[in-house]
Ligand binder design. Structure first.
Ligand SMILES: [Zn+2]
Ligand SMILES: [Zn+2]
Ligand SMILES: [Zn+2]
Length: 325
């Protein structure tokens, strides 16, 4: 789809338990800015799902969204490109928010109930729907870093959302690949992938009514997992209620399988959805990508944009299918 090559290097194949896992060093809830009762340590909330009658920025919430205290981008100023000598630059217009998924300091996303995970998905949707009204934004990336090795700096479980004034290259590559497939075949490449993978089955991890979890044909990383809705749709925020419900169930099951098979690794979870400003409805297909942090990106990858993966997708899918949860 993207034109990217991946080397599945089975001589380097590692058993799941041979990956060196960097565990999170828990800092404890004493100074955690995301715990209930510490609402004054974060900027005021932009969204909260609260128990009846509790006031904003006080305890009594089930989920809370706040602006990032140290944003990568800020909603300020207009969007303009300016020249500085031979370089172009753009001011850092954007939004950076943190979704605090639960008031419980010790719960991981994998340990949350399906209903709680579903609530997190609704928060993603609600914030995207709100922020896309700002015409300066072209793309909103929703992602989760779990564990220090995956970039999490606060252990209390949370996700992040960054609204960008441009469409990122990785998303662009996927959209372009999907568009070319559609031009040639008049079909969505993701729908084709789902159909073909469900026929073969070797790379399928989990098959639910609404959502399919699979190891992609050319995974960049060991145990890379894609979660795709069976029903074609280009925008995450326009998914149906039963799709969020199904997705919550599949996220929980896949995370538990990964925890079981790989000794609770750090991971990144990324939502891929259509940019707002483009009509990709026919050919793009929203999905989630889950990448356990088991290997390091090194010189070859940086130098080429290609990847060396020591675990074949068939082996990864088998291990996760067979994991007892
Ligand atoms: Zn906490
Ligand atoms: Zn599709
Ligand atoms: Zn993707």
């Amino acid at each position: 789809m993207t034109g990217r090559w991946v080397i599945i290097s089975t001589e380097r194949q590692k058993r799941p338990n041979v990956f060196r896992i960097e565990h999170v060093t828990p800092l404890g809830p004493e100074h955690c800015p995301f715990c209930a009762g510490r609402e004054d340590l974060t900027p005021p909330e932009v969204l909260a799902y609260r128990q009846n009658g509790t006031a904003a920025n006080t305890p009594g919430w089930d989920l809370r969204v706040v602006p990032n205290k140290f944003p990568a981008l800020m909603v300020e100023g207009g969007l303009e490109r300016e020249a500085e000598g031979m370089f172009d630059r753009m001011n850092g217009v954007g939004a950076h928010e943190v979704i605090i998924e639960t008031p419980d300091h010790d719960k991981t996303l994998a340990a949350m109930s399906e209903a709680e995970i579903e609530r997190v998905l609704y928060a993603f949707r609600d914030r995207v729907v709100d922020l896309k009204q700002d015409r300066r934004f072209r793309y909103i990336l929703v992602f989760k870093n779990h564990g220090a090795a995956a970039g999490a700096t606060v252990e209390h479980t949370h996700s992040q959302l960054i609204a960008l004034p441009i469409v990122p290259d990785f998303v662009r590559e996927e959209i372009e690949g999907a568009r070319q497939h559609f031009t040639a075949k008049e079909r969505c490449v993701f729908c084709d992938i789902i159909k073909q993978e469900l026929t073969g089955g070797q790379r399928v991890i989990l098959e639910a009514a609404e959502i399919v979890a699979l190891a992609p044909y050319a995974p960049r990383f060991p145990f890379e997992t894609w979660l795709l809705p069976r029903r074609h749709g280009s925008r995450f925020e326009e998914a149906a209620q039963q799709e969020y419900e199904g997705l919550a169930r599949v996220i929980k099951s896949v995370l538990m399988r990964i925890d079981r098979a790989l000794e609770r690794p750090a991971y990144n979870l990324i939502v891929h959805s259509s940019p707002f400003s483009e009509d990709t409805a026919e050919y793009y297909h929203w999905h989630l990508e889950l990448i356990p942090k088991l290997t390091k990106v090194a010189g070859f990858e940086w130098g080429t944009g290609f990847y060396i993966n020591p675990t074949s997708p068939e082996e990864a899918a088998r291990v996760l299918r067979d994991a007892r949860v």
